[in-house]
Design a protein around this ligand. Structure first.
Ligand code: PDD
Length: 300
């Protein structure tokens, strides 16, 4: 079934507080210069962190990836991890705790337009939290439809860059076909989704492509592999050829906002039996249990 379900961020959701350059303020008071390189060049990096029961999930992992992205593009981190914890928790608390997601973005800052990095420019730091909106019936139960297309993005997909035009165009292609995600193909291999990582199951083995220049090191992906390992579900990181998808009994997508979703069609053809498979059901149960433990403070 074609499910066009935003799992996060209802249009009516208005956050009372955003963080901009050292201050908390209502969103209407937050202004950023049009000369900011984030606006002019898309010269910035970002993170999206899920929040469950008022606690940012896997925050340490997200902050580690944030540091990787900043270092990769040569922006000096203006905020340390301890301050990030404080800032993000304040945003979550101001926004009524519960389930949310945090968005944070750091750009190279304001400078006259020149491709070359400016000297001594202060990075712009912006963050906000938005409530999660869960749709019914959930795509997690029913599965989602996807399309495949050529991966037209760049060769530094390990960087979580705000320059997302290619991803936006690719994801739009899926939306126009009533699908939830676009699975990307580069040189005959599946890389990832436009905004998610991809898994497939063949002969009860869970398989996902290795991260690197063409694939973001997804935090949800990492957790899935961690859970699989801990619970003896056979899992392998190896290339996936596009033509293998037709023989997969299950395909999933995973991200901080989608969590884990079973893919039930690819380009209109059913995946396996066309319903969520047994490995997905098992892994989802483990993921939900991990989340429960997190919400109850039993895991960090
Ligand atoms: N995107 N690959 C790409 C290209 C992504 O944009 C994302 C997430 C992922 C999954 O990463 P994680 O599990 O850490 O969320 C993989 C976020 C959610 C976004 O851009 O909104």
């Amino acid at each position: 079934m074609a499910v066009s379900e935003p799992s996060v961020g209802g249009n009516n959701a208005i956050t009372p507080t955003v963080y901009l350059d050292g201050e908390f303020m209502p969103p209407t008071k937050a202004t950023i210069s049009p000369l900011d390189r984030g606006f002019i060049f898309g010269d910035g990096i970002y993170e999206v962190v899920p929040v469950f029961n008022g606690r940012p999930f896997r925050l340490v992992h997200h902050l580690r990836r944030l540091r990787h992205s900043l270092a990769a593009v040569g922006i000096d981190s203006p905020i340390g991890d301890t301050d990030w914890h404080r800032i993000l928790q304040r945003l979550v608390d101001d926004n009524g705790a519960g389930d949310q997601y945090l968005y944070l973005q750091i750009t190279r800052g304001i400078a006259p337009r020149d491709h070359v990095f400016p000297v001594d420019t202060k990075p712009t730091v912006f963050a906000y939290a938005q409530p999660t909106v869960y749709a019914e019936p959930t795509a997690t139960v029913e599965g989602v439809s996807t399309i495949t297309t050529e991966d037209i993005r760049w060769q530094r997909c390990d960087i979580k860059s705000t320059s997302l035009l290619a991803a936006v165009m690719l994801r739009q292609q899926a939306a126009e076909k009533g699908s939830v995600e676009t699975l990307l193909v580069r040189n005959g291999l599946i890389t990832e989704g436009a905004a998610s990582n991809v898994f497939m199951v063949v002969a009860s083995n869970l398989i996902t492509p290795p991260t690197g220049a063409y694939i973001l090191a997804g935090i949800t992906r990492e957790l899935i592999l961690e859970l699989a390992k801990r619970h003896n579900i056979p899992a392998t990181e190896r290339d996936i050829e596009e033509k293998e998808l037709a023989a997969a009994s299950e395909i999933w997508i995973a991200s901080s906002t989608q969590e884990i979703k079973p893919v039930t069609t690819v380009d209109g053809s059913p995946v396996g039996a066309g319903t969520p498979g047994p490995v997905f059901t098992r892994l989802l149960a483990l993921y939900q249990e991990y989340k429960r433990a997190f919400c109850e403070g039993r895991v960090d």
